[in-house]
Design a protein around this ligand. Sequence first.
Ligand code: FPP
Length: 236
Amino acid sequence: MSIPLHIGIIMDGNGRWAEMRGLPRFEGHRRGVERAMEITEAALGTGIKVLSLYAFSIENWRRPEDEISVIMSLLESTLKGKSLNFMKEGIKFKVIGNRDRLSDNTREIVESVERLTENNDKFTLQCALSYSGRDEIIRAVKRAISIGLSPEDISEERISQLLDTSGIPDLDLIIRTSGEQRLSNFLLWQSAYSEFYFTSTLWPDFTKEELLEAIYNYQTRDRRFGKLTNGAVKCT
Ligand code: FPP
């Protein structure tokens, strides 16, 4: 099977990584952000076209304020520091999620990097920030109503266009680190036919080698999309 076009990663285990070492949780997040950038670099060389990273869920707003503020400032400083790199490498940066809850500062930084990189077309780094799949679907339905779509206008294609991920292909492969085996509200619509790769590795320890291992593993899968292998459609 070919290289996946779109990989999503649920980067889990930063807190446990830090706690296991007697370090404060923010050290795990600091290391996690470094990993996110290293894995983006690694993905660039593989033929993948889109990498979606689950950075912060809507549910994560329930975490203590100081942890939220560390994650947001790590994100802001990383974006500021990496934007020229994104230009050099041809990376388009895009945030998906509910921007209403982001601080003005975070939103301004995110949007300036999005504007700067919008014409890059080698690779897309899609960052799910203040994101949940159900919230994205609710916002899409509200948009459909607000632009006056009628029931006959509604199709899979139309819904896809109304989502934050409009124009981005569905996920081929989802990787989740830290041993948890669930989707946690990540790209619910776009993962309808995704393959999954679960690993017990904590995100700060995830390496380029393991990314390649996940891709090789994906290449052994038989993706039938509801059909039989010879292309016939199953009746059940
Ligand atoms: C999950 O670990 C991780 C997070 C909630 C934050 C991850 C965010 C990043 C790595 C930032 C990504 C940045 C860019 C620039 C894309 P956890 O805290 O839930 O770990 P635990 O389950 O062990 O407590």
